[in-house]
Design a binder for this molecule. Sequence first.
Ligand code: NDP
Length: 323
Amino acid sequence: MSNTDILMTAPMMPVVVDALDKAFTLHRLWEHEDRERFLSEIGPRIRGVATSTLFGRMDATLFEPLPNLEIVSSFGVGYDNVDVAEAAKRNVIVTNTPDVLNDEVADLTLGLLLATLRKIPQADRYLREGRWLKAPFPLSPTLRERKVGIVGLGRIGKAIAKRLEGFDVSIAYHGRTQQEGVTYTYHPTLTGMAEACDVLIVITPGGAGTRHLINADVLKALGPNGVLINVARGSVVDEQALIEALKSGTILTAGLDVYEDEPRVPQELIDLEHVVLLPHIASGSVHTRNAMGQLVADNLIAWFNGKGPLTPVSETPYPGSKS
Ligand code: NDP
């Protein structure tokens, strides 16, 4: 344990807590009932924060009592839980956990796509309820001959595309820029890609820049045979427009891992038997969550050993931060 004071905003996995307890003086924010008083006493000593997309937002109000903060190490590749503009203004570096979860999230996405099309959860319920004894399970839609459009062909989008190649479907993508050396069909507009495809897989970052990217117009363009898979962030899809589109048959079905107001999921979605709903589990294996947790700790350890951050986010590049 060193004299460097680190603040953890909410409970995290043992791999993070144990590594930080060993390397630093670790303070647990949630253990202090009078949070204001604790922050006014300890805040000026805090030089690093460990936080998570899953719990504990790092917004502007939490930067204020930490005038000597140098680094925020966030669990998750998405970091819409951290006010990065505020961090950049204060020369605080922000790190995330990219790459170590690409394969896990891509695997889950293919699982969700197949589960949605072939109605795997519904078939499981059918058997358990004893209904197979009375009649065979109804035939399902298929992945065969589908055209899949990936919204956000980044690190995870590419891992999804690689897996899709094995399924012999046509693959297209949409992003703000066409990528060199990528052979999948590029669509400069999202509506154009939705018109040309009958599956959309959404895997962009969340936040203001992608809010409600998937709206009523995109869903209409996707059409009555269309399938929406969202493994990005709930904010990327206009959830009310999606519910309307699912109810009216504007699109065929959807598989969702993320929601606008997690963990609250609209009852209207829950009531739709043909939709597959997962509780934000795309990276959620023991193996991958441990790798993500290790990277949270390693970023802080590298920084306070003077080696710089391992995985700084683009809004707070290194060098350019306090140390
Ligand atoms: P990357 O930064 O590697 O890729 C993001 C991609 O999104 C880029 O190709 C980018 O392309 C595209 N993009 C960004 N903004 C827009 C926009 N406005 N319109 C269209 N495309 C856009 O990120 P990762 O692949 O590592 O991760 C992607 C996201 O997946 C994370 O930020 C997180 O939100 C989500 N995620 C969800 C998980 C879950 O548990 N469900 C687990 C892990 C990640 P371009 O710049 O050309 O627009």
